[in-house]
Design a binder for this molecule. Structure first.
Ligand code: BTN
Length: 244
């Protein structure tokens, strides 16, 4: 991953630019980076604060083989990103599905978007890593963090990208060879939710939050939760989860 590369001082969203570039035929491995985004997007229609000029905004074009299941690809991206960042922050945790937390605060986010060309998926793997910013606006002040806030001697963006891209590539290779089951053991020890009381929204942001206890991940990447009164585990396949 990383060749060819387009770098922009400012973009709406690196994911949008990468999707357009993919449509125009950009090869597997191409990446788009920007110093700032004016319309950075997160999961579930949220915004991703992208004005700092000191953080990483990256979108990679990934072209899996035809017919490969890609449902849990975002989890594999989380594994790779975590392993890359572990050079500086080994205790970083994954909050299902694929947020990265340091000290319980969000350090990085991942947004994968796919389009099908016949039976071949064309995927844009977008991720933002808070690298250099010290201050976060408004509601993020208490919930977000950066490498600079966590480390006495933070790396610069170039160093972070140089470590993260090969780690991501390795995690994706393992995922494409064996599915999420092949990298589950690299996810679970770093799962922020395992054993914790959580609130679960089972319907992509539209439904009520239900309390449950997170048990871990299934082989296909679904989050397994124990309902409040006990009983058989339930699968959470999409939507969002909060620590209770
Ligand atoms: C999330 O946590 O909800 C996902 C955030 C993903 C943000 C990255 S920044 C680079 C890429 N371009 C975007 O517009 N979003 C992703």
């Amino acid at each position: 991953l990383g060749r060819p590369r387009e770098h922009w001082a400012e973009l709406g969203s690196t994911n949008d630019r990468a999707m357009a570039w993919a449509r125009a035929g950009a090869p597997h491995g191409a990446i788009v980076t920007a110093d700032a985004q004016t319309a950075g997007r997160g999961r579930l229609g949220r915004a991703w604060a992208s004005e700092s000029g000191e953080d990483l905004y990256v979108s990679a074009i990934v072209r899996p083989d035809a017919g490969k299941p890609i449902g849990a690809l975002g989890l594999a991206v989380g594994v790779g990103l975590r392993e890359g960042l572990a050079a500086w922050l080994p205790a970083t945790q994954l909050k299902w599905p694929n947020d990265l937390l340091a000290g319980g605060r969000k350090l990085a986010g991942i947004l994968c978007e796919a389009r099908w060309v016949g039976s071949s998926p064309e995927v844009v793997v977008g991720f933002g890593v808070n690298v250099g910013r010290a201050l976060f606006p408004g509601p993020l002040a208490d919930t977000a963090t950066s490498l600079r806030r966590e480390l006495a001697a933070p790396p610069d963006r170039g160093e972070v990208l140089a470590r993260v891209l090969p780690a991501l590539e390795a995690a994706l290779a393992a995922f494409f060879a064996g599915g999420f089951a092949a990298i589950r053991a690299r996810y679970e020890p770093h799962c922020a939710l395992r054993g914790q009381a959580v609130f679960v929204d089972m319907s992509n942001g539209a439904g009520p939050k239900e309390q449950a206890r997170a048990l871990g991940l299934a082989d296909d990447g679904a989050l397994l939760v124990e309902p409040p009164g006990g009983g058989p585990p339930r699968r959470v396949e999409s939507g969002d989860v909060w620590l209770a």
